[in-house]
Design a protein around this ligand. Structure first.
Ligand SMILES: CC(C)(COP(=O)(O)OP(=O)(O)OC[C@H]1O[C@@H](n2cnc3c(N)ncnc32)[C@H](O)[C@@H]1OP(=O)(O)O)[C@@H](O)C(=O)NCCC(=O)NCCS
Length: 161
């Protein structure tokens, strides 16, 4: 099996990150604004944000997938994945798997015991929920009507030990 290289993303990757997220078709304009703010917030001088943006590129250097993650502030035990997206043209090839394994490796190195990921209960995220289960996450909770009426927050966690 080919070992993909997972690289830290730079400020120059901003358009590629936002373009890829938009192409997945699942994120709202509001989501896109939050993603842009988080990406920019990690790059402002003197503003260590505690988040990492990492990605996978193809042979031509085009971004195929990215993940944004970080240790939950004031938690010793939990690393959270805030964003995970793979270009529609590249989905189903194990890139999401490799990005999640990268997060798990970092989380272990930092002494965390679990990785958390949250998503929506709507149909648009059914594939993501199925993928998370395949990637070793189990549903650990939810908040009814969190995003809007009828759109719950669903929390998945993967224990590392
Ligand atoms: C969810 C997502 C990141 C998965 O990335 P991916 O590269 O396609 O996933 P992988 O190819 O690594 O697959 C990982 C596992 O999930 C499974 N899987 C992937 N897509 C699936 C789907 N649509 N339905 C069911 N299982 C799926 C794979 O079969 C694999 O399990 P296996 O190894 O046991 O066969 C990707 O589909 C995506 O970017 N979706 C749109 C954005 C999104 O919803 N992000 C999450 C927001 S909370």
């Amino acid at each position: 099996m080919v070992q993909r290289e997972i690289v830290a993303l730079e400020g120059l990757d901003r358009d590629a990150v936002l373009g890829l997220a938009r192409r997945t078709g699942v994120f709202t304009e509001e989501d896109m604004g939050v993603l842009a703010d988080m990406f920019d917030g990690c790059r402002g001088a003197g503003r260590p944000c505690g988040l990492r943006f990492c990605g996978v590129r193809d042979e031509q250097g085009h971004l195929q997938g990215f993940v944004c993650f970080g240790r939950v502030r004031n938690s010793r035990n939990t690393v959270e994945i805030y964003w995970l997206a793979v270009d529609p043209d590249a989905q189903g090839n194990g890139i999401g798997h490799d990005l999640v394994e990268h997060v798990a490796m970092h989380a272990r190195q930092e002494g965390a015991a679990q990785v958390l990921i949250e998503t929506s209960s709507t149909g648009a995220y059914e594939a993501a929920r199925a993928a998370y289960r395949r990637l070793g996450f189990v549903k650990v909770g939810g908040v009814p009507d969190y995003y809007r009426e009828g759109d719950d927050r669903v929390s998945f966690a993967r224990r590392l030990y």
